[in-house]
Design a protein around this ligand. Sequence first.
Ligand SMILES: C[S@@+](CC[C@H](N)C(=O)[O-])C[C@H]1O[C@@H](n2cnc3c(N)ncnc32)[C@H](O)[C@@H]1O
Length: 324
Amino acid sequence: MPHANHTHHAPLSGDAAHHADVAGAGHVGGGSAASAAPDAGAASNSEFSLAVWDDTTASWPRRPSEVGEDAPSVARVYNTYLGGMANFDSDRDFARRVAAVIPEVKTLAHAHCRALARGVLVGMEHGARQIVDIGAGIATVWSTHHIARAHDPTCRVLYVDNELVAVESIRAGIANDDRLGVLRADVREPDAILRSWEASQVIDFARPVILVMGLLWHFVPDSDDPAGLLARYRTALAPGSVLVLTHDTAQGREQDMALLAQLYAQTNRPLVLRGREEIADLLRGWDILDPGIVYMPLWRPNTDDPDLGLAAERSCVYMAVART
Ligand SMILES: C[S@@+](CC[C@H](N)C(=O)[O-])C[C@H]1O[C@@H](n2cnc3c(N)ncnc32)[C@H](O)[C@@H]1O
């Protein structure tokens, strides 16, 4: 059994702590939180911009057929949990149905931001200064480059997602920064990501990388061979690379998560809930760091972390950080 009460003073700097403060109110759509983030301000030539996702703005360029606003998308639904504005009625309706099953879903989403940040900073402690964040989601003040650059402003990040709104929200937020890149691609096609032009502009795969995969693999069914895909990523990365992974689970909360899975079956990404053993199978060949595969709030919490007050076994999420 891993060390469930392990505490750790991750080197979360003042700036990153600031992001933590603003994240509760933060959204990409506009106003104080977005402007409070140091790297989020650049104007974009994109047809989309951060502000267009404020759907109170009458003039924003709608492309409903491509965006698919009539059906909930997991990226946009997750954005509602974080208090964002990059979402539509279908997403918000869906999020309300989720909250009826998991009333603390917003608290858990914010706890998840902090957990991923702890994982990224541990990856940086191992020396990596470049990050590939796959299934990155919609841009927020918690986006990975904000976390990493609070520690080292030279960090490079390639963001990858297969959802249009997520990709365009990131593109708008990183314009004019040649150390940041974004790619619309599917995690199930590792070579399309690893050998992409976008990756080649930002990432040197001869050097260690932090591979962030937050709340991603539960959208990949066993029939797609997630363990084989993760192995492909592992063998492509330089020695010393670090994987930061979180994954939804029903363990500890079986009834609620069965209802949640029924809801997600209606989205573009049904949920595949895996237990600790199944996640360990996915990570075969990786060197899993202490404290192992544990409920997300228990993964090296800071001693002053608000998430220490959460009932860890009801967090519905396992976390692991591993080395190649
Ligand atoms: C729950 S969100 C998590 C966002 C972010 N990683 C985080 O932890 O805050 C899951 C993200 O994974 C993306 N996603 C789902 N399946 C994917 C796939 N096959 N390839 C790439 N991205 C995918 C979704 O579009 C969404 O943005």
